[in-house]
Design a protein around this ligand. Structure first.
Ligand SMILES: Cc1cc2nc3c(=O)[nH]c(=O)nc-3n(C[C@H](O)[C@H](O)[C@H](O)COP(=O)(O)OP(=O)(O)OC[C@H]3O[C@@H](n4cnc5c(N)ncnc54)[C@H](O)[C@@H]3O)c2cc1C
Length: 432
């Protein structure tokens, strides 16, 4: 079973709200025969397309090979939240990697948000950046943790964008009975993820990147010049950038050991009209404090886009009931609302939730953003482009904090991981 084909029609977007509102999607023909390029990029999501665009801006010849189409993967299906920082909090990062690296990683993540905004502006991408992501706390303990983290970011990192809101003040923007308060991060934001990805692809193509759709890569042959082999063609290049995230862990052994694919799901309600204000009173996104995070926002036409639920096998479950359940816990008044779209996607997590970036001979790779990839994947693509040009400080920093392999016993690893993830999500459901 291959995640590239397990749940979707070849070459098609899933039946998402994003696909229904996509702007400017182009068809790129499959690769046939042999082509040569300085860099061959595998995967046309944020990582691969950002790398392609930045390489072209430096005058490097680039071929992108994509199994389906631009934005087919997680980049075309996600919650659209452009979060601050890394997936791990700064306290954890400081303890593990030291204060100096923690500051550099924070700055990199700040630059990543700025990069998303500047790419949208420079290339007129129809994915306007709306400011504000609220982090919702279900208990006073969780609320206290969020307050002290906001204080830490202000004190130690000079980040003053988080407003901590208690009880009624929080309910005034997130009118759900499920939360006691939370922090509103005005420096984070949300975008139309597929339109951002399509826009990046079009900008890369217009800058001269050769993009091929419908071109799954089967293997990468080593040697003086690597050869990337697809169904009907091959690319001979100096450097390979592997940007396949949750959909392609099998292409290298090292990635497969550190990056675990997991599935996550989103539903979109019918337009809520005036009732949209009973969901959110401002144009912000929200994520809560569950292990399997609930996240949501309103679409431009007033639908609730609600993400939640996870699965760890190849096949998606029945998505609507999977996501309806947490949605109704957050907004019980929505019982009976019509669901117009439901879709799933595969992302990648690592044991430490830090991204996996590595040089594997002539291959550079970055993946495993652990649900925090809208900004970080876009940044990782830029850093890999710079690294192929000899400016590798940013990429080297990522490789220094790369996660170890998942623990496990050979063939038993996968069931052990699935067991562990199921245990944590069960704790969520039981409220432990
Ligand atoms: C439902 C969902 C919600 C999410 N919500 C958020 C969020 O709100 N905020 C956030 O920051 N992150 C979120 N994420 C994570 C985020 O979407 C990813 O981290 C990010 O999109 C990764 O980008 P990428 O380019 O590395 O991978 P992808 O976008 O997955 O692209 C990889 C591409 O590689 C291609 N590919 C794979 N194997 C091959 C092969 N062998 N040959 C050729 N092509 C291949 C795939 O077809 C795919 O197009 C979410 C993810 C999901 C699934």
């Amino acid at each position: 079973m291959n995640l590239l084909y397990a749940n979707d029609r070849a070459g098609q977007f899933p039946p998402s709200y994003y696909a229904a509102t996509a702007i400017g999607s182009r068809e790129f023909a499959p690769l046939r025969g042999e082509v040569r390029a300085d860099v061959c990029i595998i995967g046309a999501g944020y990582t691969g397309l950002s790398a392609a665009l930045h390489l072209r801006q430096a005058g490097v010849s680039v071929v992108v090979v994509e199994a389906h189409r631009v934005g087919f993967g997680a980049s075309g299906r996600n919650g659209g939240q452009v979060g601050s920082g890394q997936r791990q909090d700064q306290g954890w990062i400081e303890a593990r990697y030291g204060i100096e690296r923690a500051h550099r990683l924070w700055d990199m993540a700040q630059d990543a948000k700025a990069l998303v905004k500047s790419l949208i502006a420079q290339h007129n991408i129809p994915a306007p950046f709306a400011h504000g992501v609220a982090h919702a706390a279900r208990s006073m303990g969780s609320f206290a943790q969020q307050s002290s983290y906001a204080e830490k970011l202000a004190r130690d990192y000079g980040y003053f964008e988080i407003e901590v809101l208690r009880g009624g003040d929080f309910a005034a923007i997130v009118p759900s009975p499920a939360y006691v308060g939370g922090g509103l991060d005005r420096g984070a934001g949300h975008i139309h993820p597929l339109n951002f990805c399509i826009g990046l692809g079009n900008a890369a193509a217009d800058a001269g990147a050769q993009i091929f759709g419908g071109s799954p890569v089967h293997h990468i042959a080593g040697g003086a010049r690597p050869i990337v082999q697809t169904d009907k063609g091959r690319v001979i290049c100096d450097t390979v950038i592997l940007a396949t995230n949750g959909y392609g862990a099998g292409l290298t052994r090292q990635t497969a050991a550190r990056v675990m694919p997991i599935n996550n799901f989103i539903i979109a309600t019918e337009p809520l009209g005036a009732d949209a204000a009973r969901v959110l009173t401002q144009n912000i996104a929200v994520a809560d404090d569950r292990f399997v995070v609930n996240y949501w926002r309103l679409s431009e036409d007033g639908r609730l886009l609600f993400g939640g639920g996870e699965s760890y096998g190849y096949r998606f479950p029945n998505i609507i009931p999977t996501v309806m359940k947490p949605m109704l816990q957050v907004y019980p008044h929505l019982r009976g609302v019509r669901i117009d779209y439901a879709w799933g996607g595969t992302l990648a997590i690592t044991p430490t939730r830090m991204p996996y970036a590595a040089r594997l001979g002539p291959i550079l790779t970055a993946s495993g953003y652990s649900g925090h990839g809208v900004a970080l994947a876009t940044m990782a693509g830029k850093l890999m482009a710079q690294a192929t040009q000899g400016q590798s400080a940013g990429f080297d920093l990522l490789t220094q904090v790369a996660p170890p392999a998942f623990p496990g016993l050979g063939g038993l690893r996968w069931p052990l991981l699935v067991g562990a993830m199921t245990w944590y999500s069960l704790r969520d459901r039981m409220g432990w």
